[in-house]
Design a protein around this ligand. Sequence first.
Ligand code: UDX
Ligand code: UDX
Length: 467
Amino acid sequence: MKIKKICCIGAGYVGGPTMAVIAKKCPEIQVTVVDLNEARIAAWNDTDVNNIPVYEPGLGDIVAEARGRNLFFSTQVDEAIQEADMVFISVNTPTKTYGEGKGQAADLKWIELCARQIARVSTSDKIIVEKSTLPVRTASTLKDILSHTGNNINFQILSNPEFLAEGTAVEDLLSPDRVLIGGDPSPKGQAAVEALVEIYSTWVPTERILTTNLWSSELSKLTANAFLAQRVSSINAISEICEVTEADVIEVSRAIGSDSRVGPKFLKASVGFGGSCFQKDILNLVYIARTYGLNEVANYWEQVIIMNDHQKRRFAKKVISSLYNTVSGKKIAFLGWAFKKDTNDTRESAAIYVADHLLNENAELSVFDPKVTAQQVYTDLDYLGTRESSKNTSLVTVTEDPYETCKDSHAVAVLTEWDEFNNYDWQKIYDNMLKPAYIFDGRDILETEKLKAIGFRVYTIGKTQTL
Ligand code: UDX
Ligand code: UDX
């Protein structure tokens, strides 16, 4: 079966870039990305590609090339579904905030709504592709809803999880380590798998396209994120040991990463992992394990989250204890708010939780991030619901100038590893700060010796300090 028209429901961080790359690589396929959010679609359609809603290096050029040719962004959801041979579901699946499984299970409300909408409007056979990360066996829910339409339409469900990382989305999509496609073993199921394989094989070498059954594919996505997050929590656990033993976590990472069985990636100690996926997917895994009565398995994976929460808290505590056990009324400058560099995404960013902890101690924060807006910073803090919104506004300022952010502060905390932080005029920053001037480098990116020579007292994650 040759796919001519694709519809993708959800124009977010995953749906937008993924569809843009498919459209670029397959100019003969018409790709329409739909979303309920009108403002978001309008932003994707902005004539100036610098204003598209997702910041990813290289994405603007791809959108500029394909948009209007075979890539479209629209709010006409029913129409786009109806016309498509293949429908990707790429809507968000946040952790449930209510009822059974609250705080752990994935909220599948949007997925179910999509399935019902597809069932309602379809008049021809379709392949439905799960792009959103979902609990294992969600495909059977989709199938159940879609097979009860009574209109004799054949729906094949595929699982095709996305492994792109934000900030490198375009690169990851153009040359992925692997593409994973799970499908039903029946002949119709396998034909659907082949249709999707054909699309990807336009630019991905076939040996990198893995096909599995549906359940392996769904579980592999959760497992991949759980393993990655586990590596970060593991090295962060070691970073705390380093700080009391005069070992240096960078040296330890290099030493263990040189073992080809371990490998060098994802061994960078940090103030804690963030992002929309790691915590959500591990909680999901934990919830599934508990549902099946696998308590030891659940506890094992839950520890990755517990360690991550500990890392964020202990960073905040380090700031407080270093500043003579009180930060009340003291200005602390935050460099970085995004959950990692090269993205404007702040979901679950460690910075939010460190800020919350310091605000509980009445600190005054000044935030600078090259890509995050003031509005987003306040939204993130308000979302926690720890204090009145007016209190967040009065205690936190957001500036567009890092020197202004650091001026008159007692301490600078580095929360995101933006490259530009290293190129600042640190002498100038030092001159304008209160003394003693502290730096808390939660990403180990600054040149410690240079800063110490200027006069800073420097704490770096994973290194023993004499502050
Ligand atoms: C989402 C999921 O969170 C993640 O688990 C999955 O792996 C990929 O899809 P992301 O693209 O980052 O990740 O989410 P987000 O940026 O929130 O985009 C989802 C979009 O879907 C939003 O723009 C939202 O408006 C839209 N949506 C949601 C719909 O169009 N219809 C719905 O019914 C629900
Ligand atoms: C992740 C997965 O990498 C990707 O495959 C999946 O599709 C979605 O989830 P993402 O959340 O975009 O991608 O970013 P990632 O680069 O994995 O970083 C996640 C968090 O871990 C960030 O906060 C990052 O700063 C942190 N991290 C990562 C570390 O603290 N140390 C590391 O060594 C690596």
